[in-house]
Design a protein around this ligand. Structure first.
Ligand code: CAA
Length: 258
């Protein structure tokens, strides 16, 4: 598949890297960009040799939000019919681990894309924010719902209602980011984390991601029930037998996604 707004590479075994490539507009996410990201994730989902995906921008910006020029041309019906919600849903539905490597501006829709990742590695130059309120709108790519789940009510309210910017250290302290590293280490560290994760059993990874995300969707009892069902299901997998055998035989497991 060929893309205009992203580059897709395979920098390490079982790891796919999607780089947003619109530096002239700080990687603003026009609808085509979101669609290409969702398309690349669909390709990665179907590829058994991909265990995890890293998404990044460049040194100046992860992504500076929705493309404001594109937005300016859309009225209410245009926004309603833009197809963006469907692309956001395709990204959220990706079943393999998705790791964001964040440098520079991570604003608006860019911050929402980061929130749609499973975990974030941020450079110490990263700047997070939901500045939509300053444009007379609100986050529309899941920001109000995912941010509050990530950082809690008080800080999410402060971020969304003020449009304030948040530095990497604060983002880490607030639970938005898993790790903060020197700016030039964000992508290498994210690739390293992805390679480590991608070495685990694919079915267990998919089940664990789904079970963790259930915590945001269901009451505790239903989430615990789902977790138990996943465990029972995984107990029927070849990879579970391989994992246990490898432990007992003191060797590295060879997982096959079955
Ligand atoms: N959309 C379109 N173009 C953008 C853009 C965006 N979100 N962000 C930056 N650009 C463009 C600028 O217009 C500029 O283009 P020109 O060279 O043609 O003038 C170019 O990128 C470089 O931008 P700056 O000169 O402003 O670069 P900077 O380094 O001084 O500042 C910035 C960078 C802080 C990210 C600043 O550009 C900025 O504030 N951008 C907008 C951030 C924003 O408001 N994002 C929210 C968008 S709305 C949203 O996301 C909607 C939603 O969820 C529903």
């Amino acid at each position: 598949m060929t893309y205009d707004d992203i580059d897709v590479t395979r920098p390490a075994e079982r790891v796919c890297h999607i780089r947003i490539n619109r530096p002239e507009v700080r990687n603003a996410l026009r609808t085509q960009t979101l669609t290409e990201i969702a398309d690349a994730l669909a390709v990665a989902a179907a590829d058994e040799t991909v265990g995890a995906v890293v998404i990044s921008g460049d040194s100046k910006a992860f992504a500076a939000g929705a493309d404001i020029r594109e937005m300016a041309g859309l009225g209410a019906i245009g926004v309603w019919q833009s197809g963006r919600p469907a692309q956001w849903q395709r990204i959220a539905d990706f079943e393999k681990p998705l790791i964001g490597a964040v440098n520079g501006y991570c604003l608006g829709g860019g911050c929402e894309l980061a929130l749609a990742c499973d975990l974030l590695i941020a450079g110490d130059d990263a700047v997070f924010g939901q500045p939509e309120i300053k444009l007379g709108i609100l986050p529309g790519g899941g920001g109000t719902q995912r941010l509050i789940r990530a950082v809690g009510k008080a800080f999410a309210m402060q971020m969304v209602l003020s449009g304030m910017r948040v530095d990497a250290a604060t983002a880490e302290r607030r639970g938005l980011v898993a790790e903060t590293v020197p700016a030039d280490q964000a992508l290498p560290r994210a690739l390293e984390v992805a390679a480590d994760i991608a070495g685990n059993a694919p079915l267990a990874l998919a089940a664990a991601k789904k079970a963790l995300n259930q915590a945001f969707e269901t009451p505790l009892s239903a989430g615990l029930d789902f977790e138990r069902q996943c465990l029972a299901l995984l107990s029927a997998s070849e990879d579970r037998n391989e994992g246990i055998a490898a432990f007992l035989e003191k060797r590295k497991p060879v997982f096959r996604g079955r």
